[in-house]
Every structure is written in structure tokens, then in C-alpha cells.
Design a protein around this ligand. Structure first.
Ligand code: 6PG
Length: 228
């Protein structure tokens, strides 16, 4: 595990994202608020990202155009800001199908694109104050999923209290590179639980340990306090 405590985590992650995307990689993006600036910075790069495919690590099951949509956030902070000829492809979740059917459809699409045992090139994740990541919330059934790559989450563990669709540990831990982007003092305790020694088994993020891939934490000083 590589821990990077830096002054500008968004910059570091934007550069990582552009590197993998400009090489035509398959990238799963985090939702929530923390990665927005990293996406905006990545969009400012003049690299050709058109060979890349962007996936969503999780999505809120809200109507298209809803401001709580992670897909919508990625479109407005990244895709729509890149000229069409250099724009990456974004595979959105069909939320109108409902959580379970949308999850099944997303998994089918992943296998169509990446084969029966998909390995994402880069997975970008955030961390909630409760130590959840993607939409894998403490105490929820999705944590125990060992077969499916994407699953529906009928009840979220945090705001926004809407059903979710989330990538599961089997898919996340098969990735070539997993990067957590975490900032703010309110995340320090969650970081300690997920990545301290010993990690807290009840922390969902503690179970993101890519078997044959790398794990990097990109943190600001305040969040990094949790691991000092
Ligand atoms: C979501 C996210 C979620 C997020 C954390 C941190 O859809 O909400 O994917 O896992 O990464 O909740 O969110 P913030 O970055 O907003 O603190």
C-alpha cells in the first residue's frame, strides 16, 4: 500500500487519471463531492482521452438529470469539458431499470467489454465518514457478495438516502490499480479504521485490497492524520 499525503490530492489524481485514460484504459470513477476537482483538472489536460472508457464505481438510483447522479457529475465536471474528438466514453448506469436490474445490466456490459473476468485498469474510490466506499455501506448485504460484479443496494447507509448500484469487492479487488482519494479531517477516523494496523473488519474500505494490483491512498494532510 502506497500512502501519499500531499498538498493537492486532486492534482495527483487528475494526472493519474489522464495517464491511464490516454493509454486507452478502463477506469471506474468515484462519485460524491471529493473527486469533482480532480475531474475538472483532468478535463483541462490536452491529452487525447478518446480511447478510454469510463465506468461508475457506484451510482445513485435517481432519474436522469437529477443533481445527485454520479453519472451526471462526471459528465459535467469531465466529459462535457473535453472536446468531442478527445472525449472519453462514459458508460452510465440505466437507473430507470431499478437497482437490481440496472446492476445486472451494468455487469453484463462490463463482461461484454472486458470479458468474463473483468480487470479494470484503474479504480478511483472515495471514503465516507462511516468508512463506506462506492456504495458498500457498513452492515449491508452487498458486503458479502462474492460472485456478482455489480449489485443493487436497496437501502443506502448515508445521504443521499436513495437506492444505489455498486461495484462489488470481487470486481474492485481484481483491478490493476486502486486509488483512494480522501480529504478532510472528518475522514481521518474512517481512514484509520480502513487502513490502520490492524484494520477494522467492520470497515467496508478495509476489504478493498487488490489481489494482483496496486493500492494507493492519495490524501490531504487533514485526512492523513488518521494514519499518522
Ligand atoms: C457516492 C460515492 C461514495 C463517496 C463517499 C465520499 O456515490 O456517494 O461513490 O462512496 O465516495 O460517500 O463522498 P464525499 O467525497 O462526498 O465525501
Amino acid at each position: 500500500m502506497d500512502v501519499r499525503i500531499v498538498d493537492d490530492p486532486a492534482r495527483v489524481v487528475a494526472d493519474l487519471l489522464v495517464d491511464v485514460a490516454s493509454a486507452g484504459g478502463h477506469v471506474a470513477l468515484a462519485g460524491g463531492s471529493t473527486p469533482k476537482r480532480a475531474y475538472e483538472l483532468a478535463a483541462q489536460s490536452d491529452a487525447d482521452l478518446s480511447a478510454a472508457t469510463l465506468w461508475l464505481g457506484d451510482e445513485r438510483v435517481v432519474p436522469p438529470g437529477d443533481e445527485r447522479s454520479n453519472g451526471g457529475m462526471v459528465r459535467t465536471t469531465l466529459c462535457d469539458r473535453v472536446p468531442a474528438e478527445r472525449r472519453p466514453r462514459l458508460i452510465e448506469v440505466e437507473t430507470e431499470l431499478g437497482p437490481e436490474a440496472a446492476a445486472a445490466a451494468y455487469e453484463t456490459r462490463l463482461r461484454e467489454e472486458l470479458g468474463h473476468h473483468p480487470r479494470l485498469d484503474l479504480v478511483l474510490l472515495g471514503l465516507g465518514p462511516d468508512s463506506h466506499t462506492a456504495s458498500l455501506f457498513p452492515g449491508k448485504p452487498a458486503l458479502a457478495e462474492t460472485r456478482r460484479l455489480v449489485t443493487g443496494v436497496p437501502e443506502a447507509g448515508m445521504e443521499p438516502q436513495v437506492p444505489r448500484v455498486t461495484m462489488t469487492f470481487p470486481l474492485l479487488n481484481a483491478a490493476r490499480e486502486v486509488v483512494f482519494l480522501v480529504s478532510g479531517a472528518d475522514k481521518a477516523e474512517a481512514l484509520r479504521r480502513a487502513f490502520g494496523e490492524p484494520p477494522d473488519e467492520c470497515s467496508p474500505a478495509a476489504h478493498v485490497r487488490p489481489g494482483a494490483g496496486t493500492l494507493t491512498l492519495v490524501l490531504d494532510q487533514a485526512a492523513g492524520e488518521g494514519l499518522q
